[in-house]
Design a protein around this ligand. Structure first.
Ligand SMILES: Nc1ncnc2c1ncn2[C@@H]1O[C@H](COP(=O)(O)OP(=O)(O)O)[C@@H](O)[C@H]1O
Ligand SMILES: [Mg+2]
Length: 258
C-alpha cells in the first residue's frame, strides 16, 4: 500500500455559526499556499465550504457522498484555485440523506481515507453543526480535532459534550485521536468579554490554543459569496493575515510521530 503520511484534521463544534467552515476553508488554503498538498472534505450537507470556493454541484454529480457510498472508485476531487496544491472533495445538499439513512457505520470514511491520504500531506474535514453520524465518521477517521470557539458569552456551552464525544470515540473506535488545538474566532479586541473568554479557556483547558485569535473581519464574511478564500479576495486584510499566521502555527506545531 502507498505510504500514508497525511495528517487528518476534523474541524468540529456542534454549535452552528462558530466559524468552522470559515476556518476549514481558509486554514486549508493557507496551508496549501505554503506549498503543502491539501485536501479539504466538505463534510456538511449545507455545502458551505464548496459554495464558498465557487463549487456548486448539480444533484447528479459525484460528490463526497458518492465517494462514501461507492466501493472503491477515485474521489471526485476538484481543484478550485489555479496553481495551488489544494483539492476539494465537494458536497451538495443530498449529503443530508447520509444522516438519516439506515447506514450506521462510523467507519465508512475511515475505510476510504487511504485513498485521500496517499494523495496529500494534510486532509481537513469541515464538519456539520451536530454530533451525528457524519461528524462521528470524521472523528473516527481523523488524527486530530481543531475546535473553533467563538469569543462570546455562550462560547463554552456544549464544549463538555463535544469533549465527552471525543473521549467516547477514543475509547470505542479511534484510540489515537487527539485535540490538535482550539482556534478562537470572531475576536473583537474592543470587547472585554472576548478577552475574558480567551483567558478562561486558556486557564482551564488542557489543550493547545492557537495564536493569534481570528479577528472579526467583514472581508472574511464577504469572501464566500464571491466563491473565494479570503487570501484571494483581499490578500492584505486582517482576516488574510490572521489565517496565514494560523496556517504557519499549525504547520510548525511540534507533533509526535506515530
Ligand atoms: N472572523 C470572522 N469575521 C467575520 N465574520 C465571520 C468570521 N468567521 C465567520 N464569519 C461569518 O460567520 C458566519 C458563520 O461562520 P461559519 O464559518 O459558516 O460557521 P460554521 O461553519 O461553524 O457554521 C458566516 O456568515 C461567516 O461568514
Ligand atoms: Mg459550516
Amino acid at each position: 500500500m502507498a505510504e500514508q503520511k497525511a495528517y487528518v484534521v476534523a474541524v468540529v463544534n456542534q454549535k452552528g455559526g462558530v466559524g468552522k467552515t470559515t476556518t476549514a476553508v481558509n486554514l486549508s488554503v493557507c496551508v496549501a499556499e505554503m506549498g503543502h498538498s491539501v485536501i479539504l472534505i466538505d463534510g456538511d450537507p449545507q455545502a458551505n465550504a464548496s459554495s464558498g470556493l465557487g463549487v456548486r454541484l448539480s444533484s447528479g454529480s459525484r460528490s463526497f457522498l458518492s465517494f462514501l457510498q461507492e466501493d472503491g472508485g477515485l474521489p471526485p476531487l476538484v481543484q478550485p484555485i489555479e496553481k495551488l496544491p489544494f483539492w476539494l472533495l465537494p458536497s451538495h445538499a443530498s449529503l443530508a440523506s447520509f444522516e438519516w439513512s439506515k447506514h450506521d457505520s462510523v467507519f465508512l470514511l475511515a475505510n476510504r481515507m487511504p485513498l485521500l491520504k496517499s494523495r496529500c500531506s494534510y486532509v481537513f474535514i469541515d464538519c456539520p453543526p451536530s454530533l451525528g453520524i457524519l461528524t462521528l465518521n470524521a472523528l473516527v477517521s481523523a488524527d486530530a480535532v481543531i475546535i473553533p470557539i467563538q469569543c462570546e458569552y455562550y462560547a463554552l456551552e456544549g464544549l463538555s459534550l463535544l469533549l465527552e464525544t471525543i473521549r467516547n470515540v477514543r475509547l470505542r473506535w479511534n484510540p489515537t485521536l487527539t485535540v490538535d488545538g482550539i482556534v478562537f474566532t470572531m475576536f473583537d479586541r474592543r470587547n472585554r468579554l472576548a478577552h475574558q473568554v480567551i483567558r478562561e479557556v486558556r486557564r482551564h483547558s488542557p489543550f493547545h490554543t492557537y495564536d493569534p485569535p481570528i479577528p472579526r473581519n467583514v472581508r472574511l464574511s464577504e469572501a464566500p459569496s464571491h466563491g473565494l478564500p479570503v487570501i484571494l479576495y483581499d490578500p492584505s486584510c486582517a482576516g488574510s493575515r490572521a489565517y496565514r499566521k494560523l496556517a504557519q502555527a499549525f504547520v510548525e506545531k511540534p507533533r509526535s510521530k506515530k
